[in-house]
Design a binder for this molecule. Structure first.
Ligand code: LIP
Length: 284
């Protein structure tokens, strides 16, 4: 039977709203634990939201698979070709802990390991981003993305770009060095001197900001499928691109961990090439 993607989008919007209510009800009163290190944070609410979402998904679609950040078991959980919900209950957990209003629930749906539906909901700012493959993407149901087009005749360049970056939770080793060296080079007067960097603290929020035309690009190493699946659909349906986060890797797979997301339009190809020339090394 064919899968009704509109129905799945509508279902995920309802689930996202319920997740949002739960997140809002717990804001400002959460204690947290750390996972890999003292900056890789998780709260009881992450687990509670994932439970809510997983229960809804498996009740309504018992034949589909479910993958979520909190129930993921490294080297055990695998993404199959089957229809799969790919979920980050709270993307931007550190923001949530600090009451910085850029956390969201990221609900993706993939078939044959390709993202086809994305719903990203930030309940603090009431931003509901949705996308379905081949049907475009929207903010709050009616505002077609991108919200902002670049001025007529202008080309995307490193020098006029506002770029989303994240320090991530690995604060040592190769990835940390590659990122910090690249940030320094892109920012510098004798490097590219981009307009600026922003860190929204959530991969999904960064990707939606690129989709909206508010950021020109977003680069990160260290994401998992649940960080990017929903945002991927929303961005590509807004005319943007997602390419591998390392120079030379051009075929993004849903379980790859490094990403460069770019809004589309004039100058996109050259921007990607110039961006790679500024990357100081290879992310792992
Ligand atoms: C976070 C990402 C963020 C990244 C962090 C972390 P979480 O997800 O969205 O962009 O820099 O390393 O993965 O843990 O808040 O769901």
């Amino acid at each position: 039977a064919t899968i009704d993607l509109d129905e799945i989008r509508d279902f995920l919007v309802e689930v996202a709203k319920q997740a949002g209510e739960l997140i809002l009800s717990k804001t400002g009163q959460t204690s947290y634990d750390d996972k890999a290190n003292s900056v890789d944070l998780v709260t009881e609410t992450d687990a509670a939201v994932e439970k809510l979402v997983a229960t809804k998904c498996t009740e309504k679609y018992p034949h589909f698979e479910f993958m979520g950040e909190e129930s993921y078991i490294p080297d055990v959980t695998k993404l199959s070709e089957k229809p799969t919900f790919i979920v980050d209950p709270i993307d931007g957990t550190t923001n949530f802990i600090h009451s910085f209003p850029f956390s969201c629930t990221s609900l993706g749906f993939a078939i044959n390991r390709h993202p086809v539906v994305g719903v990203v909901y930030n309940p603090f700012l009431n931003l509901m981003y949705t996308g379905i493959k081949s049907q475009g993407s929207f903010l709050n149901g009616t505002q077609k993305l991108p919200l902002r087009q670049p001025p007529a005749g202008s080309k995307l360049t490193l020098q006029n770009a506002l770029i989303g970056i994240e320090w991530g939770t690995q604060r040592s080793g190769v990835n940390y060095k590659v990122k910090t060296d690249t940030f320094k080079k892109l920012a510098a007067e004798d490097g590219s001197m981009v307009h600026g960097f922003r860190s929204l603290g959530s991969a999904a929020m960064n990707m939606c900001a690129v989709a909206a035309g508010q950021l020109d690009a977003y680069w990160e190493g260290g994401c998992y499928a649940w960080d990017v699946c929903a945002g991927w659909v929303i961005l590509t349906e807004a005319g943007g691109r997602v390419v591998g986060g390392n120079p030379g890797i051009w075929e993004p797979a849903v379980d790859q961990r490094t990403y460069l997301a770019i809004r589309g339009g004039d100058g996109c190809e050259e921007f990607i090439k110039n961006f790679w020339d500024s990357v100081e090394g290879q992310l792992e």
